[in-house]
Write a protein of this length. Structure first.
Length: 335
């Protein structure tokens, strides 16, 4: 019944009349007096009721069924069938993550890099219709994962990201250029880079602003995120030969001016994440701004259902009429 609608649902209130007709019928049946009086009914106690007596209420039942069907027919029941066409245009997003040693600073929990990985993984899960990829950079850059719609592969590669795999330093321009190179041939309607770093560009052959200029001809928006608390942070200052770090409090230095310029040149936006919560809010805001384009066309068709109901009601009335002309001809109608 969920797919059945009524053009004139008010007519359905006419079904309440069935209760009135039934009450009148029962009342007349109780009040009806016998036509023949007998001195005793003892002779009938052991007699069997004929089929005619058993079916004496059939004409009334047929009339009520016919009336019900006519009322429903007047309400014009219609079946509803609908379908929709969905056309999805996903967004291609390259994520650039700084993996320099300073990303192990503990002003975000458990450290900047792990916090960035956790939040980015949640971001990926919320973009099922988009292609995403990953570039990591420190003193040089590397494509950890090209654009892919297989998010399970991307998440797995994200989990393997760590510091120390590339030459140390902060080559923001190189990281951005690598991400742009992966997006420039994309046919997506929207192309985005999310670039996350915690330092100042001090390495690489490409400057950050030159990389931003390269993004403009390809209509690539760059959202930049500076990660780190204000003031100082407990971060690595030296590394032992065995790969372990010595930690101390160091001044947090993020080139916010350059990150702002990159975002401004490409039509993106700069964000500053000073803790885990603010980083989550930044990715949530980017998620809202970069929504997948979905075009939806809905179609519906309604089919009239009253005709078979009206025909069935007419058939019931005809049967009732014929029964009263033949089998129940001698009976006095109660309604």
């Amino acid at each position: 019944m969920r797919d059945v609608l009524f053009a004139y649902p008010l007519f359905l209130h006419g079904l309440w009349l069935i209760l009135l007709f039934t009450a009148i019928y029962v009342f007349n049946a109780i009040k009806r007096k016998p036509l023949v009086q007998l001195p005793s009914l003892s002779g009938f106690f052991h007699s069997k009721l004929s089929w005619k007596v058993r079916l004496r209420h059939l004409p009334f039942v047929l009339r009520m069924l016919a009336f019900s069907l006519l009322v429903v027919s007047l309400a014009r029941p219609q079946s509803k069938s609908s379908w929709q066409d969905l056309h999805t245009e996903g967004i291609d997003i390259m994520m650039g993550i700084d993996v320099s040693a300073s990303m192990l600073a503990k002003d975000l929990k458990p450290n900047r890099l792990e916090a960035a990985k956790n939040v980015a993984t949640d971001f990926i899960a919320n973009r099922p219709d988009d292609r995403l990829g990953l570039v990591i950079f420190s003193g040089e850059s590397f494509t950890q994962c090209p654009l892919t719609s297989d998010h399970s592969v991307l998440v797995n590669l994200f989990s393997q990201v760590r510091t120390g795999v590339l030459e140390d330093g902060t080559a923001i321009g190189m990281g951005l250029a690598s991400a742009i190179n992966r997006l420039k041939d994309s046919k997506a309607k929207s192309k985005v880079v999310i670039l996350l770093t915690d330092g100042v560009n001090n390495a690489g052959a490409v400057s950050p602003l030159l990389a931003a200029e390269l993004a403009k001809p390809y209509n690539i928006r760059v959202y930049t995120i500076g990660v780190g608390s204000r003031g100082s942070a407990y971060a690595p200052v030296r590394v032992y030969p065995n790969g372990e770090y010595i930690y101390d409090y160091v001044k947090v230095e993020i080139d916010e001016k350059v990150l702002n310029q990159i975002a401004s040149l490409t039509g993106g936006k700069y964000f500053r994440a000073t803790n885990n919560n603010s980083l989550k809010k930044i990715y949530a805001e980017i998620d809202k701004m970069e929504k997948t384009i979905v075009e939806e066309k809905q179609y519906s068709k309604r089919t009239e259902l009253f005709r078979p109901l009206a025909l069935f009601a007419a058939a019931l009335l005809l049967i009732d009429f014929l029964l009263r002309l033949s089998v129940f001809k001698s009976a006095t109608p109660l309604l």
